[in-house]
Design a binder for this molecule. Sequence first.
Ligand code: SF4
Length: 245
Amino acid sequence: MAVATEISEAVAHDLEDLSAEDLFRWALENHGPRAGILTSFQDTGCAMIDLMAKAAPGLRVMTVDTWRLPDETYALMDEIEARYALKIERFEPDRAKIDGMIARHGEYLFFDTKAKQEYCCNLRKVEPNDRALESLDVWFTGLRRDQSEFRVNTPKAQVVDRHGRKLIKIAPLVDWTQQDVNAYIEERGVPKSALYDQGYTSIGCKICTTPTLPHEPARAGRWRWFNYLDDDSKECGIHVAGSGI
Ligand code: SF4
């Protein structure tokens, strides 16, 4: 039976020096089913699942299924469930809200304006993500500092406030580089999305994510039609400071 530690800045501070494996063990021992990996199955998330499976099998693996994910992501989920003998918890949008959004604005509203793209992301991603987080005190995420300018100061562990409730958000591979992730996946034969071989460096919903060129930042392929905006435009709201998440 897990005995929950307090959620505090002091606890988060003490976690900063732990390895990914030790962080997963700490979370499972201290928070049990109130801890979990929330991932979209990009390469860092897949590496995290492999590390967790070695160090702390049984830790929850959760995702947001926007109903607009690429076929390759759904295939990868099946592969991961089989390889690690685990069941991925899928948090989905509210059907009535999605039907209403499409009726008013069309299926492809995200092309129209930044506000409509954020509206779609809010219903399909942020709301289900909020529901997933309600079930957690310790949230593991695949953020890395080298993914974008926006993420360069991301701490490994921090206390975040979510609608008045505190939880510890941990990015166990925050200081890994893309090369570190690639080398780990290669060495361990970790399942990863087939889209990486097609030039993708960041993977979200289909249409809203495109391949990138070698000179571009990893998330440049997100919402390309908004490329005139600054780098914050490449966040969907889940990890944006001040979003209350
Ligand atoms: S990434 Fe695109 S399809 Fe997915 S939720 Fe956001 S706007 Fe909608």
